[in-house]
Design a protein around this ligand. Structure first.
Ligand code: APR
Length: 307
């Protein structure tokens, strides 16, 4: 397995080190536009390997030739959100970055699976799909796992139980239009409303919607990276080990849930082929319309793109 991570900033570096420490690749290539950064971070990571005991080669570079024939490419390149900035504000800057990165990687690794992390996520995934010309099952956006992890964390905090026992799924766009599904949330199989009142659940849903912004507000000069990198690595693990995990990911929809031509967070089966199936689960009318609103917002943003 060879995995390239484009963008050696906070999310990229944590993703690279987690891949290496979990033994998910034989070689990791860390790429960034800033001279010295990927080289220095890559070497530092590699120098931790005798102590940590992983035997993955890690290379940092400013070019793309080292990434040739990657099995998976993670795109984290871009500019992160500053306080007061919405994900859509990032659109123009990041779409140009994702476009140029995708051109570089798709020619050198034509059989790879691309995982997009750069924001605004759902639209950047579309840029990568369009520019690469790959089949939609090989261009996947990372969002739902992160939003779900935040939702699960808040529930565990509120009830006072282990996060491991919270099963949940957050669908929709990565942004204020995400669609958490309390109806499908359980604590070891016990419905959430056994533990929490409607108003407590509403408060958790609201906190989840703005979970990314909460971190930005604290950090002031950057956005979250521990939970985002963990989420990417969970997807990589599912693909590398052909686990057939059912996870919420941003997938290109062509009619599912009444949505055509947009990336939206939905439950998918993730294995060695990437998205192997988009699951259609039973949703109530208001949940479907929330999902469709979320897609409409993504489509609106897509319109302003110049590709
Ligand atoms: N090619 C390669 N790397 C680039 C390019 C480019 N054209 N443009 C910018 N980069 C690099 C930057 O030099 C920087 O090292 O991308 C990296 C981004 O890292 P950070 O600024 O630390 O941002 P990070 O917190 O990692 O977030 C990256 O993920 O969650 C999203 O909203 C977030 O879009 C942002 C992305």
């Amino acid at each position: 397995m060879k995995i390239s991570v484009v963008g050696a900033g906070h999310v990229g570096e944590m993703t690279a080190v987690r891949i290496a420490e979990k033994g998910l690749a034989r070689k990791v290539v860390l790429i960034d536009i800033v001279e010295g950064i990927p080289q220095g971070k890559g070497l530092d990571m590699f120098e931790s390997s005798p102590i940590e005991g992983f035997d993955c080669e890690i290379i940092g570079t400013n070019g793309y030739d080292e990434s040739k024939d990657s099995d998976i490419v993670v795109i984290t390149a871009g500019v992160p959100r500053k306080p007061g900035m919405s994900r859509d504000d990032l659109l123009k800057i990041n779409s140009n970055i994702v476009k140029s990165v995708t051109e570089e990687i798709s020619t050198r690794s034509p059989d790879s699976i691309i995982i997009v992390v750069s924001n605004p996520l759902d639209v950047m995934a579309y840029v990568a799909l369009k520019v690469s010309g790959f089949e939609p099952n090989r261009v996947i956006g990372m969002a739902g796992i992160l939003d779900t992890a935040r939702y699960r964390s808040f529930i565990a905090m509120e009830i006072g139980v282990s996060v491991r026992d919270i099963q949940a799924m957050v669908l929709g766009g990565h942004g204020d239009t995400m669609v958490p599904l309390p109806r499908y949330t359980t604590v070891s199989g016990i419905p959430l409303n056994h533990f929490l009142s409607d108003s407590q659940i509403d408060a958790i849903v609201e906190r989840t919607r703005f979970g990314g912004g909460e971190i930005v507000k604290y950090l002031k000069t950057g956005s979250a990276y521990y939970a985002p990198s963990s989420s990417v690595v969970e997807m990589i693990d599912a693909i590398v080990n052909d686990k057939k995990r059912i996870l919420p990911c941003a997938a290109w929809l062509t009619g599912e849930y009444g949505i055509d031509g947009a990336y939206v967070g939905v439950p998918v089966k993730l294995g060695s082929a990437g998205i192997e199936e988009i699951l259609i689960i039973d949703l109530k009318e208001n949940e479907i319309s929330e999902l469709q609103e979320s897609a409409a917002h993504v489509k609106d943003t897509m319109k302003s793109l110049e590709l």
